[in-house]
Design a protein around this ligand. Structure first.
Ligand code: AMP
Length: 268
């Protein structure tokens, strides 16, 4: 969707974003918005290393097509704040792994996702983020979607050269007072632009630590990109430029894929 100026137009302002209650708190919870049924719901998986701007793209894609941003990491982080009697046994188990900084075992993640299968059936589509993370999870998701007759639209792999990721993350600062995350470009490096508090750099945002994280990300994601590449679902989207430019590239890639009857592996 493009406006006369060539800028992406969006379906709903950000303040009308769905609160994703059914995803975050479980199937019993009722979402703040019922997405309008779409003739062509976007059922997407988002891949991309930390620092590529995947979260921003998920928000923009939600505003564009109405599909909700379904992050498994958000479920597990949110679970910490739920009263224990509102956590399912699978969720309780997952939480233990997450707080120790470990990956949650495949079967437990699948149990948590299956509890929320209604979100996958949603007529507005979905934007999965952080899941699947392993080939075993991808295979299980494939079976689940086949059983539910919900074909995936595409897998978007946001791609940025390592040195640009290092530059982005190494400039990231966190405010010790209000936790705002900002980038050192554009304001006094040590001062929070929101509250004037003192800024600090997270240990894992130091260049050497970033390189180690990126290598671990590459090792864990390559099998997944190969898995989806073989199925002709992978769209590689260059993640340089402004958020609006990256969104435009994504929409163009999806439109091209739709027009060409969902062809094979594509780089934009
Ligand atoms: P994320 O926000 O995607 O980085 O996820 C935060 C944490 O949640 C991870 O470090 C894992 O402990 C857990 N997690 C989220 N998604 C998954 C997944 N698909 N498989 C295993 N663990 C996950």
């Amino acid at each position: 969707m493009k406006s006369k100026t060539g800028q992406p137009t969006v379906a709903a302002p950000a303040n009308l974003a769905n609160n994703r209650a059914a995803w975050l708190r479980g199937a019993e919870a009722v979402c703040s918005l019922t997405p309008s049924p779409s003739k062509n719901p976007q059922r997407l998986i988002l891949l991309g290393a930390p620092g590529v701007g995947k979260g921003t793209q998920a928000d923009l894609l939600h505003q564009w097509c109405g599909a909700c941003h379904l992050s498994t990491g958000d479920i597990f982080r949110g679970a910490k704040n739920l009263p224990p009697d509102e956590r399912s046994p699978a969720m309780e188990k997952a939480l233990g792994f997450m707080v120790r900084g470990e990956l949650v075992p495949d079967q437990t993640v699948l149990d948590v996702v299956c509890e929320r299968v209604g979100c996958l059936r949603c007529l507005g589509g979905f934007l999965l983020d952080g899941f699947p993370r392993t080939v075993a999870q991808a295979e299980a998701l494939e079976q689940l979607l086949a059983k539910e007759q919900l074909p995936l639209t595409a897998v978007l792999d946001y791609d940025l050269p390592l040195e640009q990721i290092v530059a982005r993350l190494a400039g990231r600062r966190v405010c010790a007072s209000c936790n705002l995350i900002s980038h050192i470009t554009g304001h006094e490096p040590e001062i929070c632009p929101q509250c004037g508090g003192k800024l600090y750099q997270r240990e894992d945002d130091r260049p050497q630590a970033i390189r180690v994280r990126m290598e671990a990300y590459r090792r864990s994601t390559t099998p997944l990109t190969e898995f989806y590449g073989k199925r002709g679902l992978l769209l590689t989207i260059p993640a340089d430029g402004t958020p609006a430019e990256i969104l435009q590239r994504t929409m163009d890639a999806l439109a091209k894929r739709h027009a060409h009857g969902n062809g094979g592996d594509q780089a934009v």
